[in-house]
Design a binder for this molecule. Sequence first.
Ligand code: HEC
Length: 136
Amino acid sequence: MRTRLFTIIALFVPFLGVAAAAPDKAALMKRGQVVFNEYCKTCHQANGQGLGTVYPPLAKSDYLKNTPMPQIIKEVVNGKSGKVKVNGKEYNGVMAPLPKKYTDDDIASVITYVYNSFGNSGPVVSSADVKKHKKK
Ligand code: HEC
């Protein structure tokens, strides 16, 4: 009996560890929407459709889809400027660095939100990903 109980515990402990470490997509999406509406929306607009010739779309953005996630993290955190082609249209603007008040968790949330909203389907980003890739 003792050994059996031990076996059960031994099987469950690693499982719980994995469950705790895996990012919670629903929570990231919820927080991500708040950060998006508070900050990114001003330029990229509520439905991620962008604005005119200045702010590129995030909705179905081929750039977002084809650029590796570490690069997207870097650009959102540190800003981005220069020519960029999104869905066949060229933009040449400046995205300022993200205000310092946003935590790694906020950043993971907003990027997860963008990756999985507006008709996009992309990965879930964890705060560990952000920590690892945000440096220039
Ligand atoms: C002040 C305006 C502004 C804000 C706020 C802003 N961006 Fe941008 N963003 C831009 C501009 C301008 C570009 C294009 C930069 C260039 O020409 O290289 C851009 C480019 C991008 C791109 C790559 C191009 C594309 O359309 O796929 C992504 C991804 C992106 N922004 C995500 C975000 C996210 C996420 C936030 C919020 C955390 C955000 N941006 C906030 C102005 C902004």
